[in-house]
Write a protein that binds this ligand. Sequence first.
Ligand SMILES: [Zn+2]
Length: 294
Amino acid sequence: RMTFGYFCLSGLDLLGSLPQLTQEKRAGWVEWIYAQQIHPNADGSLSPRCGFRGSPFAGTKHCSSGVSRNSFSRSAHPPAEIDTSHITMTHTALLCLVLLGDDLSRVNAKAIVAALRAMQQPDGSFECYWKAGESDMRFVFCACAISYVLNDWSGIDVEKCIEFIRKCQTYEGGFSQKPNQESHGGSTYCAIASLALMGRIDDGIADKDRTLRWLLFRQEDGFQGRPNKPHDTCYAFWIGGAIDMLGMYHLVDTTVLKFFLSQTYSPKFGGYGKLPGDYPDLMHTYLGLSGLAI
Ligand SMILES: [Zn+2]
């Protein structure tokens, strides 16, 4: 739910509609977001599980002070003992709070930074949560975005992280989720955005011309995410955003891109689907708007 909330709030922001939300609604959402924060252990020690979870669908009920009761114990205790954050949810929770005008004063930044340190792998990548066993470029981007918003990079070994990103650049020029895999539009965005947030685009990409060539060749009318795949609304942002970060968006044919996006827009439901004629969904609606915003 946290990431769906982000798609909605950021989408409304792109449309200039956020100021129309009442103060009461904003305050209610801010409280709900803080209620998903996983706090340190009962003895005050930091847990690598700290950060934000996506919703209260599993685990304990939360209150925004971080002290809760659950069916396992009658005593109030912080939830890190039996619940865990997720790096994408921490990323989108922070962005939602910023969008809602919150000052982040109740975010336990120290605990989040310590959790990031625990989630970074020996190869420089990040797990989605502590001991998840799944680590790739998506979570590298989340770690960089979190560090950027908190203005604290002490949770990341930046050089190791850049080493991982470099290893993910393929012979095609794009970036893969992990070394020795296929270039993909989403992971290429995550790689370039991570380097941009670290201020290392210039020395982080070994062959920028090859990267740009791979990105530009993904345009048919809309963009595809990989060679020989159908064009898809969301890559207007993933590929378009990557090209923009390289300072070359003027090379995109925006006329045919806008025509493609007009075909994936549903006048009946008011959102974007993946392909022309598809039912709209939140993710493609947000990423379609984001693609147009570039
Ligand atoms: Zn898509």
